[in-house]
Design a protein around this ligand. Sequence first.
Ligand SMILES: NC(=O)c1ccc[n+]([C@@H]2O[C@H](COP(=O)([O-])OP(=O)(O)OC[C@H]3O[C@@H](n4cnc5c(N)ncnc54)[C@H](OP(=O)(O)O)[C@@H]3O)[C@@H](O)[C@H]2O)c1
Length: 340
Amino acid sequence: VLSAWATRLGPPSSLEVVERPTPQPGKGEVLVRVGAASVNFPDVLMLAGQYQVRVEPPFAPGSEFAGEVVSVGPGVPHAIVGTSVLGAVLTGAFAEYVAVPAGAVTVVPDGLDHVAAAAFGVAHRTAFHALVTIGGARSGDVVVVLGAAGGVGLATVDVATALGMRVIAAASSPERLALTLERGAVHAIDYDQENLKERIKLLTEGRGADVVVDPVGGRHSEAALRALTWGGRHVSVGFASGEIPRIPLNLVLLKGAIVRGFELRTLHRHLPQSTDACERALAEMVASGLRPHVSRVYRLDEVATALEAVAQRRTVGKVVIRVQPASGGGHLATDVHPDR
Ligand SMILES: NC(=O)c1ccc[n+]([C@@H]2O[C@H](COP(=O)([O-])OP(=O)(O)OC[C@H]3O[C@@H](n4cnc5c(N)ncnc54)[C@H](OP(=O)(O)O)[C@@H]3O)[C@@H](O)[C@H]2O)c1
């Protein structure tokens, strides 16, 4: 079967698409025929050997997918075969088939095809947890989203808007800002051209924001934190700028601020009860018509180009690799919850 294949750590251009043996589902695993896989910033980091978890080559990259379960390993109920699922793994999703633990997949919500489903899980779950589980944001709160036109950023604009929060989006160009306004942001700030802290203060009539969701890091983090209201929360989600900022603690003291972070990969382990709340809320949003913004769909043989585009800050929303021309969205066993 066809699979992207990294034989050394390096830039996306070092990737090849090769024929590999079909993976076999081991104990507790399901084999998924991948319909689509989405590109996440960590895929680029992992290929470069710069991700928190280092995987030694050779390996198949790709960490998020949607597709159909075609077989199961020992210990997994056969009833799940034929179900459309979405899931996240460390590696292996940029391929025609991926074998993953049954607990790593969930049933695709009604109304999402495989392309949309592949773009949905990581970004929107990250957005929900950043806003609600970690950030404690509520309807009516002012939420500042940095990198608001990116994968996690735009999902955060979507989820915050759906939950009745007022979004101030920050991004780097007029086109990117326009997209965030289309998706529901109330205000947009070009943080490469404008003074982020001053603009947030102005837009909130001096009060400041309740929550900052920060997948970018770098110099914008401190500026955004300085624009929090007293008792506000700064949620660190990632460092797409490549720079991990250092925050002067006196700011935290003066503002009674809370600085928190989390990793989607490990959150369930620490806050198991947060998973159900998140899944329920997101399912409701999908039922009400929420769809991820997929800006570009590539073929599997274009995977290096897709990764390059994300690495070079050229994409908005989500970028997806369509692996199979699957019909998607089939729901043969919607009552099966393999992750429960
Ligand atoms: N904590 C978690 O569980 C979790 C989960 C998912 C993702 N993440 C992290 O969140 C971050 C964003 O992921 P993503 O998938 O949303 O990425 P993405 O789609 O590439 O978006 C990142 C955004 O960051 C901004 N940015 C600023 N400086 C940049 C630079 N030098 N290079 C690239 N982008 C830059 C860009 O917006 P502008 O050009 O408008 O500034 C871009 O839209 C990553 O660091 C990722 O590892 C964390």
